[in-house]
Design a protein around this ligand. Structure first.
Ligand code: GAR
Length: 230
């Protein structure tokens, strides 16, 4: 069977791109990355792609009069490589509504928060300021509004008392490296259906044996009987 042709848009280090490259390298995986586009030259993500033998292209946003022209250039590059599906992996430009609609339901993004909390920039600072006990990342289908769209996969990490932005970012990034490959696998295996604002996943998740709780101060699960219950 033909493999799903994936294009990845990047702007920086590309550690998420690396997890997708590694995933696609597993035998018989039903997707392949055919093009990596960066809006910045000389970034590590381009090196990672080149090392894996993947075609790369730099499309610098400064070279275009406006966002539409920039997006059209990206669209043309992706189509020239027969891309069928787009992964945003640390791509730090906002895509126009035109582009998002051209690729409707065929773009996913990874965002470093548990959406719909903490959209936009500085998500780890936002989480610390809000005092949440859990933080994490979200892989979602891209819609024209920023950090909006049907959610495919989320991964949760605890927020610990001594965390600062850096320690939290490191923990979330590790979670991203588990979440993004899971999401691409679901997509490549055809297990995702978009149903309005929700993504339906045709998969059996393992039963959640324990409640997630942070701080983990109640080891004695299941919950005690509460008068009036059951
Ligand atoms: C990741 O944390 C990703 O979630 C974030 O940029 C980082 C890229 O790291 N993306 C966004 O904030 C998009 N709104 P990477 O280049 O090592 O994959």
């Amino acid at each position: 069977m033909a493999r799903l042709k994936v294009g990845v848009l990047v702007s920086g280090n590309g550690s998420n791109l690396q997890t997708l490259i590694d995933l696609c390298a597993t035998p018989d995986f039903p997707a392949e990355i055919v093009l990596v586009v960066s809006n910045k030259p000389d970034v590590m993500a381009l090196e990672r792609a080149a090392r894996a033998g993947i075609a790369t292209q730099v499309i610098a946003h400064q070279g275009f009069p406006d966002r539409l022209a920039f997006d059209q250039a990206i669209d043309a590059a992706l189509r020239a490589s027969d891309v069928e599906f787009i992964c945003l992996a640390g791509f730090l430009r906002v895509l126009s509504e035109m582009f998002v609609e051209l690729w409707h339901d065929r773009i996913v993004n990874i965002h470093p928060s548990l959406l719909p909390s903490f959209k936009g920039l500085h998500t780890h600072r936002q989480a610390l300021d809000a005092g949440v006990r859990f933080h994490g990342c979200t892989v979602h289908i891209v819609r024209p509004l920023l950090d909006d769209g049907p959610i495919l996969v989320q991964a949760v990490v605890p927020v610990l008392p001594d965390d600062d932005e850096q320690s939290l970012a490191t923990r979330v990034l590790e979670a991203e490296h588990r979440a993004y490959p899971s999401a691409l696998r679901l997509i490549a295996e055809g297990r995702v259906t978009i149903d309005g604002a929700r993504a339906r996943i045709d998969d059996k998740f393992p039963a959640v044996a324990e409640l997630l709780m942070n701080p983990l101060d109640r080891p004695s699960l299941p919950l005690p009987n509460v008068p009036g219950r059951g």
